[in-house]
Design a protein around this ligand. Structure first.
Ligand code: SAH
Length: 253
């Protein structure tokens, strides 16, 4: 088999949250591909080429990286957080499935990373301590109708919900609309966590409640966690501890 492609999760923040396996994969690569700001988080190494691309160019990036690997190179595609969570690993799989047979013969490795929801949850306590789901609020690749159906189902089923991609310049209204939708299902006192840029210098984690949650607190680097009926807040000096108990009862589900 010639050529190797690693899809590498570099975690949501600084190097503390980069795993030793991810570091090894980055060190071993002849070429790095990725969204520009993610590549910027990987120190340059002499002899290693770098191929930054724009956020929306995932399929193009996947094809370029696979083509390069098929020429016999060791290629690493860099993803923030975990590469399998709303990121490049699925794009690479889509490209391989639709692409030339040579791409199926490549040695492909997915190197996991700490996903933003896990990092934000750890900052806040244990909000994902019981059943939860993750939802991207981006309606670039699915319709808003699908998102609303999933919001209704998740809230009714008692899942804690982690929202990725809550807002962007092109999508200013989605998070406010999602909060509005959830208010139909969940009590106003349901805890809401805004985790912004966790693991980076500008990290900010705030805890509020669904009735007053203000979508303008979120930006592109924010992950939002909305609790379930069971999620609890322990007041204490400084930031409270938010957690979801390990056992569900009929009353809390
Ligand atoms: N693969 C990534 C997610 C990519 S989608 C992962 O596993 O984390 C991009 C979204 O992830 C952002 O819009 C934001 O919602 C979230 N995110 C990424 N890094 C973050 C960070 N440091 N702090 C908070 N949220 C983050």
């Amino acid at each position: 088999m010639s050529g190797h492609l690693a899809v590498v999760g570099i975690g949501p923040g600084d190097a503390r949250w980069l795993t030793p396996e991810a570091q090894t994969a980055l060190d071993a690569a002849d070429a790095l591909y990725g969204y520009g700001p993610y590549l910027d988080r990987v120190p340059a190494r002499p002899g290693q080429s770098r191929h930054p691309s724009d956020n929306r160019e995932e399929m193009r990036r996947a094809a370029d990286a696979l083509t390069h690997a098929a020429q016999g190179a060791r290629v690493a595609v860099v993803s923030g957080g975990d590469p399998g969570v709303f990121a490049m690993a699925a794009a690479i799989c889509e490209a391989i499935e639709a692409g030339p047979p040579a791409w199926r013969a490549l040695d492909v490795t997915i190197v996991p990373g700490i996903s933003a929801m896990l990092a934000v949850a750890a900052c806040a306590g244990a909000p994902l301590g019981h059943d939860f789901c993750a939802l991207s609020l981006s309606d670039n690749l699915k319709s808003w109708d699908i998102i609303e159906r999933r919001l209704d189902a998740a809230a009714d089923a008692g899942f804690v919900i982690a929202f990725y991609n809550p807002v962007s310049r092109a999508r200013p209204w989605q998070l406010a609309s999602a909060f509005e939708r959830l208010r139909r299902h969940l009590p106003g006192a349901t805890p809401v966590i805004f985790g912004r840029a966790v693991g980076r210098a500008e990290e900010a984690v705030t805890v509020t409640t669904l009735d007053v949650a203000d979508a303008t607190n979120a930006d592109m680097a924010t992950l939002v966690i909305v609790g379930s009926r069971a999620t609890r807040v322990i007041a204490r000096p400084g930031r409270p501890l938010v957690y979801t108990p390990r056992a569900a009862t009929e009353a809390s589900a």
